[in-house]
Design a protein around this ligand. Structure first.
Ligand code: NAD
Length: 478
């Protein structure tokens, strides 16, 4: 496929390409251009020229265009689902469901934009300003760069692109190199629906090269990034050089605390469903550390393993498959390495952990202690269950907070006083009671504490994050 620059489907200026392969079979699916600095320059020049006219287009017209895009998704659902399934190794049943989020979020931001009001200041508050009338309006930022990770391309594209476009910004998307195809198709559909070619663009290529040039360019008013903490820190530094805005949604190592009084069957179901079967555990906010009260540890472990044994792992294109591959063989090898590292630090691999190409069976690590890297800052992006034991709530809270991350946390208990004490004490952007942290609704302000990020995304907050307030004063009019 080609990149989308200034209304044209285009290759790289030097003809360079990146291969996109099916992780389940290794087969080449397609190539995408490896953008050069000259390609990026064309996109930035176009975006800077394009956004003022888009910002001046009435809101109802921008909304009508985005709603037309939403309708076109239904017409292409099967084609898009298969593309997503093949480039991610994602079960086809899961892929088909994912498009509901795109539609909901685009429609939701179109509606929310109608409520994006400014403010009028109260009159006569300050001596000497009694005759002035002050108001503040919201304006777009300009050019917004949206840099997207491989693991949830559709929902993250929607959380970034929909608010930025409806608010009148130009957008340049940089998808992950492992799975750019479905997003390129969505970009084509945005153009076909009527978004101008200089207002929505997409460049493909190496994150380290083209992504970092994009993030550091002074013409980019905001970098909206989701990805690893390591890259997020580099982006924050690059954008700061130009006083650029950033929205950073980064890595996590969320604790899932199971108290002595918890419903063990439900706790194990919560653990298994998020960590193994959705995107093969490659989720930022999913539980990655399992803190189990000593008295229920054996029962929880047996129940969890029983559930993991029943998961149907296999060909992502088979509708019966519940768990496909990781994003690539190298990603699966990295998970294998992290598990071996944890075993070398004293943990016991008591179930699974078998790799074949990009497939990796869910792994249960027992006897994990607070002395091991996996208990703190080593994020494992795959279906791995490190089990830690605790005796008191205070101990569970200390373990939960002993990490650079603060994205999500979850607790299972029947005692709402304990649940609330945990929720107040844990340093995380979202805390789930009666469930694990794999939870993100369209509305909630989603984001991280500590090195899990800065800024929030969601239908309730994103429009504020892609606009800025301008104060306008009528002096001496009263
Ligand atoms: P990644 O950081 O390797 O890459 C993310 C994107 O950044 C890709 O498009 C990549 O090409 C680009 N990139 C790489 N280096 C860059 C650079 N120097 N400058 C600019 N762009 C660059 O992340 P990944 O492996 O694709 O995704 C997994 C990570 O993302 C995990 O850490 C996960 O927790 C995190 N994540 C966080 C959230 C969240 O909402 N907090 C959601 C999903 C994933």
């Amino acid at each position: 496929m080609k990149m989308l620059i200034n209304g044209q489907r285009t290759g790289a200026s030097d003809g360079g390409v990146l291969e996109v392969c099916n992780p389940a079979t290794g087969a080449l699916l397609d190539t995408v251009p490896a953008a050069t600095a000259a390609d990026l320059e064309r996109a930035l020049t176009a975006a800077q020229k394009g956004w003022p006219a888009w910002a001046g287009t009435p809101l109802f017209e921008r909304g009508a265009i985005l709603r037309r895009f939403v309708r076109s998704i239904d017409e292409h659902n099967e084609e898009l689902s298969l593309l997503l399934c093949r480039e991610m190794g994602k079960p086809i049943s899961e892929a088909r469901n994912d498009f509901g989020s795109v539609k909901h979020l685009f429609n939701g931001f179109v509606e929310a934009a109608n409520q994006l009001t400014g403010m009028t200041m109260p009159l006569g508050v300050q001596e000497g300003r009694e005759k002035d009338f002050e108001l503040a309006i919201r304006e777009p930022l300009g050019v917004v760069a949206c840099i997207i990770p491989f693991n949830a391309p559709l929902v993250l594209f929607s959380h970034k692109v929909a608010p930025a476009l409806i608010a009148g910004n130009a957008v340049i998307v940089k998808p992950a190199s492992d799975d750019p195809l479905v997003l390129l198709r969505l970009g084509e559909l945005l153009w076909e629906a009527g978004v101008p070619g200089d207002v929505f663009q997409m460049i493909t290529g190496s994150g380290a090269q083209i992504g970092s040039l994009l993030a550091g360019d002074p013409r980019v008013a905001k970098v909206s990034f989701t990805g690893s903490t390591e890259v997020g820190l580099a982006i924050a530094r690059a954008a700061a050089a130009n006083m650029g805005h950033t929205g950073l949604e980064l890595g996590g190592n969320a604790p899932f605390v199971v108290m002595a009084d918890a419903d063990i069957d439900r706790a194990a179901a919560e653990a298994a469903a998020g960590r193994a079967t959705y995107v093969t555990g490659q989720i930022c906010n999913v539980a990655k550390r399992f803190l189990i009260h000593r008295s229920v540890k054996a029962a929880f472990t047996a129940n969890l393993i029983d559930r993991l044994q029943k998961i149907i792992i296999g060909d992502p294109e088979d509708p019966a498959t519940q768990m496909g591959t990781l994003i690539s063989e190298s990603a699966a090898r990295e998970v294998e390495r992290q598990v071996a590292h944890t075993v070398s630090q004293g943990a016991k691999l008591i179930y699974g952990g078998v790799r074949s190409g990009a497939y990796y069976t869910p792994a249960v690590l027992d006897e994990v202690t607070g002395a091991m890297d996996i208990a703190h800052d080593m994020e494992v992006f795959g279906p791995v269950f490190p089990l830690l034991t605790f005796d008191t709530l205070e101990e569970a809270i200390d373990l939960s907070n002993d990490t650079i991350f603060g994205l999500g946390a979850g607790i299972m208990t029947g005692d709402m006083s304990i649940a609330l004490r945990f929720a107040m004490a844990v340093q995380a952007g979202s805390v789930i009671i009666n469930g694990q942290s794999f939870y993100r609704s369209f509305m909630m302000p989603f984001g991280g504490y500590k090195q899990s990020g800065g800024g929030r995304e969601g239908l309730t907050v994103s429009l504020q994050e892609v606009t800025q307030l301008k104060s306008i004063v009528f002096k001496n009019v009263l």
